[in-house]
Ligand binder design. Structure first.
Ligand code: SF4
Ligand code: SF4
Ligand code: SF4
Ligand code: FES
Length: 947
């Protein structure tokens, strides 16, 4: 095993169609026009010394180390800033150049600590490499003069240090923060000798820095370096894998010493991230070795009993015999399973197979139920495929970007940086969100329109936008005539044209000025390529599916589907939400979104799985809880999903779980759901197993085992063992074999193999005979369903209404440093940025209630009550409050209600009528929670595992 080192070409690749041939050191080379001489040299295998250049950044030309001689030109131009020209003759090595470079290096080294042997970057330092490359043997100037060697270190960031004594002021960090990340947190203060890198006058932790790591990645010295490298030393081998946090699906090199991860470095060839990262994937992997991890299987008879550690055989045998006992007593459909979007495709596939074939029921569902199920329904209905239409790179071709109900800078940070790059190049931006999210105004990016709609009025807004398009003759008539169902379009056109859908009529419903809606609609329809990106602010509503169809309608009407730069693009929450849906996790669908009632499909699975399968859809997650409370559903296998914390109306969820006789939880930690479990099976992290994840672009990427499973088994192996104990043996020796079966049985995956993914880096489905290397853009030339189908999207107000008792609307979301239920990120140093969930409230609403910033407030709805601290914020509009749901003790979902999307039962997390008042104590639920938690997490012979 070796440490993978990607080639640094010095300057970015250029995409020009014209090419240029030149000669470097006597050898010809042909490159795209606009390429730098430096890059052309590297492509030829010639390395030119460099310090301020790196291929993730535009050339800067400050260090003067990359000088070359060009025949017919005076002087020694910098190769990084000199573009190639036809017939150019370049020399990279001459005695004159060598002397000049040595002189430059000598100056650098004379103001640099000579501690290479004990420096954490020893062996991974470009300054050290360059000193060797130019043959520097002595420094004539001595170290007595003015220097920076005593400059103080900034250790404030939990993950990296900044040691200015080692800084060569090359500006790579400053440029990385601007060009790659788009945060503009760093500057070079002062001039000449006094120049220094500054995090805006404060330390890194207090600055605008979002800890993405781009500057650390770019720094050629040990000035900015990971604390883990300082503590553990340089890594010695690496494994390329995929981030297990959000749906961007960034590729990383896990760099290790033996079985210890030293750092995670974003992989330059990653097709979703192109070498960029966010604080979660880059730094928040410490949970994998956290002391809270449960590494022994455990069982107990009652949830009030302490846990007892047992062998894998005993735990699996006990779970299987309990499921068999329950089915014998209460019937086949009294049990079910929940798959996880945090697990791999192969693991998810196995869980649904176990439920359908091993249990003999279709009672399988997934956490995607509570986030993106409306995406599947809405896009399949209108376009024919339950997935987003583009790849991420498509944003580079967008002229207008419409972001609805998504907060990419917090929830999909690497894609947000990509999008912001395009916006800085001049693309226009429309943000539809109740809050002034960062995108509305951030450095060098400002939305052309912010449509601050009231929570729950998405459909009213999309209809008003469509009304403008239709009534102002902005429809792409030729596109619609060629590609869409005529009658459906005409019916839709008449519907949205009705005066009741006009922006002026909808102004009182949405709270958005009619003029802004009109302006935004015109911009979207006429501004060139227009792309929609949306998130859970669209789906988690009682009209989530309607809204997804509404967006598809708008995109079709304006011809914005089927080419780069356009589309309807869901920003998926979890790493493998797309995959868990693709793999047949829903109770009504086999893998590949085929209904269980389709005889031919079912027969194909019956033949492959050698078992009779049910043709009726099984229970969805909320219905499982209903049935449990009714006494007909008694056993549940939950893989990697914390339903108690993540699902709405916690009281209902816990009542359902408490009514079951056998709950089996397979997870890394004793999560909130484990408090209601009878069997605990210790799961494995993404670093401990092989498999694949599918990101928001339908991109299937490899997850590669970097270390052995700490508890002995990978999640897929646990499911195999459980299935075997149930009497339904599945036999695979490696996840590649599971993928082979998926490919055999799923038309959109027909061409997917591990070999192909390894060779191409990743694959976007559909991947089949027609598209053997995958499909970056969907619906090119025609829709998957044939003709695009316009759907009527009548706005129906949610039943969740404000009134005198609950006059405010609560909406929920995530923040950058935390992830979902916090199981992973709360067990990392990311808590430095977010120690608790806060309630954001507008100053007007706060003042009215006598609430000051930092006060403990009670947040009550008709479902329940919790208490948390208030943050007064002008990001909110009056009447709307906001919180995150990362901390179990906050219990944000105690407050959310059982209302859900009409088509998919996706909960309406984004709209809850609430009241807020000052308080001085936790809510009753919180007090009860603390007690229950203490009681239900005891492990025999261990000291309080979960506190
Ligand atoms: S970590 Fe990222 S955001 Fe922070 S200073 Fe570096 S590049 Fe900028
Ligand atoms: S911190 Fe690193 S990247 Fe930034 S200017 Fe100094 S040496 Fe260059
Ligand atoms: S953007 Fe998402 S996938 Fe990428 S590093 Fe961050 S959390 Fe991981
Ligand atoms: S690498 Fe070209 S001037 Fe620094």
């Amino acid at each position: 095993m070796t440490l993978i080192k990607e080639t640094d070409y010095g300057t970015p690749a250029r995409n020009a169609s014209a090419s240029v041939t030149l000669e470097i050191d006597g050898k010809p080379v042909t490159v795209p026009a606009g390429t730098s001489v430096m890059r052309a040299a590297v492509e030829l295998g010639v390395k030119v010394p460099k310090l301020c250049a790196t291929d993730s950044l535009e050339p800067f030309g400050s260090c003067r180390l990359c000088l070359v001689e060009i025949e017919g030109r005076k002087g020694t131009p910098a190769s990084c800033t000199t573009p190639v020209e036809p017939g150019m003759k370049v020399s990279t090595q001459t005695p004159r150049l060598a002397a000049l470079r040595r002189g430059v290096m000598e100056l650098y080294i004379s103001d640099h600590p000579l501690d290479c042997l004990t420096c954490a970057a020893n062996g991974d330092c470009e300054l050290q490499d360059m000193a060797g490359a130019v043959g520097l043997r002595e420094v004539r100037y001595g170290y007595d003069g003015a220097n920076h060697l005593a400059a103080e270190k900034d250790e404030s960031n939990p993950y990296f240090t900044f040691d200015p004594a080692k800084c060569i002021v090359c500006s790579r960090c400053v440029r990385a923060c601007e060009e790659v990340q788009g945060t503009f947190a760093l500057t070079i203060d002062g001039r000449g000798f006094a120049s220094e890198v500054s995090a805006g006058g404060s330390d890194f932790l207090d600055s605008e820095c979002v800890s993405c790591g781009a500057c650390v990645q770019a720094c050629p010295t040990a000035t900015l370096i990971e604390k883990s490298v300082i503590a553990q030393g340089q890594p010695e081998h690496s494994v390329v894998t995929t981030c297990a946090y959000c749906g961007v699906g960034c590729a990383f090199k896990a760099e290790l010493q033996g079985n210890d991860v030293v750092r995670m470095v974003p992989f330059k060839d990653g097709k979703a991230n192109h070498g960029h990262s966010c604080v979660k994937g880059r730094f928040a992997w410490g949970y994998t070795t956290h002391k809270d991890r449960i590494l022994k299987p455990m069982i107990r008879a009652k949830i009030t009993d302490p846990w007892r550690e047992v062998s894998w055989e005993e735990a699996i045998g006990h779970a299987a015999s309990e499921f068999k006992r329950i089915q014998a007593r209460y019937g086949r459909d009294s049990v079910g399973g929940i798959t996880s979007s945090r697990c791999t495709n192969e693991e998810t596939y196995l869980v649904q197979k176990l439920v359908r074939a091993g249990f003999g029921t279709n009672n399988v569902d997934t956490c995607a139920r509570v986030c993106h199920s409306p995406t599947g329904y809405g896009l399949k209905t209108t376009l024919g495929t339950s997935a987003g239409t583009q790849d991420f790179d498509s944003v580079e071709h967008a002229d207008v970007i419409l972001v609805i109900g998504a907060n990419p800078t917090d929830a999909h940070p690497v894609f947000a940086s990509h999008m912001k790059r395009r916006l800085r190049e001049g693309a226009k931006l429309i943000v539809a969100d109740p809050r002034r999210i960062d995108l509305v105004k951030s450095p060098h990016v400002e939305a052309d329109y912010h449509l601050p709609l009231l929570p729950g009025t998405n459909v009213a807004l999309i209809n008003a936008l469509a009304h403008v398009v239709v009534t102002e003759n902005l429809v792409d008539e030729a596109y619609v005539a060629e590609r869409c169902e005529k009658d459906a379009f005409e019916t839709w056109r008449r519907f949205v044209a009705e005066p009741r859908n006009a922006p002026e009529a909808m102004e009182t419903v949405t709270g958005v000025k009619a003029a802004d809606i009109r302006g935004a609609a015109r911009l979207y329809a006429t501004g060139g390529n227009a792309a929609i990106y949306y998130g859970l602010g669209v789906t988690e509503h009682s009209q989530g599916s309607t809204m997804v169809m509404g967006m598809a309608n708008l995109a079709m009407a304006t011809g914005n589907i089927g080419k780069p730069g356009v589309g309807v693009n869901p920003l998926r929450g979890q790493n493998n939400v797309q995959g868990s849906c693709d793999m047949g996790s829903f109770p009504h669908e086999f893998p590949g979104y085929r209904h269980v009632s389709e005889d031919a499909v079912r027969e194909a699975f019956e033949e492959a799985w050698h078992v009779a399968l049910q043709g009726e859809p099984g229970l969805r997650i909320p219905n499982m809880f209903d049935a449990a409370i009714d006494g007909t559903f008694k056993g549940l296998y939950v893989q990697g999903e914390d339903i108690v914390q993540s699902d709405p109306n916690t009281h209902h969820v816990t009542a359902g779980l408490a009514a079951m006789e056998c709950v089996v939880v397979q997870d890394l930690f004793l999560n909130e759901t484990a408090s209601y479990a009878h069997v605990f099976l210790p799961g494995s992290t993404f670093l401990e197993k092989d498999g694949t994840f599918t990101n928001a672009e339908r991109r299937i990427s490899r997850v590669r085992k970097a270390i052995p499973p700490k508890a002995g088994l990978a999640d897929w192996e646990i499911t195999l063992a459980l299935s075997k104990a149930l009497g339904y043996e599945m036999s695979y020796s490696h996840p590649a074999e599971i993928m082979a079966e998926i490919a055999r049985l799923t038309p959109t995956f027909k061409g997917v193999t591990y070999e192909k993914i390894d060779a191409l880096g990743s694959l976007q489905w559909p991947c089949n005979d027609k598209a053997p290397t995958g499909t970056p853009t969907m619906h090119v030339g025609g829709f998957v369903r044939g003709k695009g189908l316009f759907m009527i999207t009548e706005y129906i107000a949610t039943d969740e209404r404000t009134g005198p008792r609950f006059p405010l609307l609560l909406t929920t979301g995530r923040i950058l440093s935390q992830y979902n239920v916090g199981a992973q990120t709360l067990r990392t140093a990311n808590v430095a940025w977010h120690q608790e969930d806060l309630l954001e409230i507008h100053p007007f609403d706060a003042e009215h209630r006598g609430i000051r910033d930092g006060d403990l407030v009670a947040l009550a709805s008709r479902a329940g009550e919790t208490a948390l601290r208030a943050r007064i914020s002008e990001r909110m509009q009056p009447g709307v409050v906001y919180t995150t749901f990362h901390h179990p003790g906050t219990g944000a979902n105690v407050v959310t209600t059982e209302f859900s999307d009409w088509a998919t039962s996706c909960p309406e997390y984004k709209v809850t009528a609430v009241e807020v008042r000052r308080t001085n104590r936790p809510s009753e639920w919180q007090e009860r929670y603390r007690e229950t938690r203490r009681e239900t997490t005891r492990i025999l012979g261990a000291v309080d595992a979960a506190e």
